[in-house]
Design a protein around this ligand. Structure first.
Ligand SMILES: [Zn+2]
Length: 319
């Protein structure tokens, strides 16, 4: 008999989910787990994969009708830290993307176990989102547990239930990073396009875009995530969808492409690859041309040389 290795041995959920409590179950009665297995999928999808997943997903006769945003608090992330507790993206130095995905999925399974053992729930939020993936947790054709009366309600005798989306991190003081915001916005835009049961706007309770603070948790999804902020993230993401529901391919600005061609592929020097463009190129206040990529920002200097800006620092990567 072999034992499965623990891919996330440092991930302890002691004290986790400070903004989640027993009353989040609302009218859902936690059932005996021996009778009802935990409603859990456990997949990590890219935006492209999520678009395909949503396109073919069977939401049943009563599809979800609004969205509720959350933050996890604990686990937090390096970019959105909580003073203690599990850190989602810690202990990943030296791991490749496949290994990071496996580690984070092991962490997600620990969250499922935490909900089951600590809260007695047989389900949780539908989706978790971080800087890299969109995680399918509880199936979207089922009512979830995440926001008490925000889980579901009846309007005029008709059931309305939400998609609960947990953004991983503590967003009281910092907003979602660009990478996180792209994934969160994409989720909302993709679901809105598929379902058409809600709009990408600030909703009254049980309509359109809500957050946990609209129901029973004033501190969720974090003070930095204002209504204006999350609505804008979702609307911006919708504007980036192409006719098939995928992210529009953005092109590299001709001047930056020219610098790359002149360098003979120098962007690959020291294995620094910027990834694909994530925004159209723009002229900054300093008059220089900028373009954001998945892993960096390019700045075209007056002498035709590109600087790479990483984590707000200029990486010494002249080409
Ligand atoms: Zn919440």
């Amino acid at each position: 008999m072999t034992t499965t290795p623990d891919l996330a041995p440092n991930f302890s959920l002691h004290g986790a989910f400070p903004f989640s409590s027993a009353d989040d179950a609302g009218e859902i009665r936690a059932r005996t787990l021996a009778v009802t297995p935990f409603l859990y999928i456990g997949q990590a999808l890219t935006r492209e994969e999520f678009a395909r997943y949503v396109a073919s997903y069977d939401f049943g006769t009563i599809p979800p009708a609004f969205m509720v945003f959350h933050h996890t608090g604990i686990p937090s992330t390096k970019a959105a830290p909580w003073p203690s507790g599990a850190v989602w993206d810690d202990h990943e130095d030296g791991l490749n993307d496949d290994q990071i995905k496996a580690k984070r999925l092991a962490q997600l399974a620990k969250i499922r176990d935490f909900y089951a053992s600590d809260k007695g729930w047989d389900r949780g939020p539908h989706l978790f989102v971080d800087d890299k993936w969109i995680y399918c947790f509880t199936p979207m054709d089922s009512i979830g547990i995440h926001a008490a009366e925000g889980n579901s309600t009846h309007v005029g005798g008709t059931l309305k239930y939400s998609i609960g989306i947990e953004v991983i991190g503590y967003f009281e003081k910092v907003q979602w990073s660009a990478a996180v915001a792209r994934n969160v916005g994409f989720v909302a835009a993709a679901l809105q396009r598929r379902l058409k049961t809600f709009e990408l706007r600030r909703g009254a309770k049980w309509a359109d875009l809500n957050s946990h603070r609209d129901f029973n948790k004033p501190a969720c999804p974090g003070a930095a995530i204002t209504e204006d902020f999350y609505v804008r993230v979702c609307v911006d993401a919708a504007a980036q969808l192409d006719a098939t529901g995928q992210m529009k391919a953005l092109s590299v600005h001709p001047q930056l492409l020219g610098a790359w061609q002149a360098s003979g592929g120098g962007w690959l020097k020291d294995r620094l690859t910027p990834g694909l463009p994530t925004v159209p190129a723009f002229v900054g206040k300093d008059g220089m041309l900028y373009q954001g990529y998945e892993r960096s920002v390019a700045r075209l200097k007056a002498d035709g040389v590109v600087d790479w800006l990483l984590l707000n620092e200029i990486a010494a990567m002249s080409i």
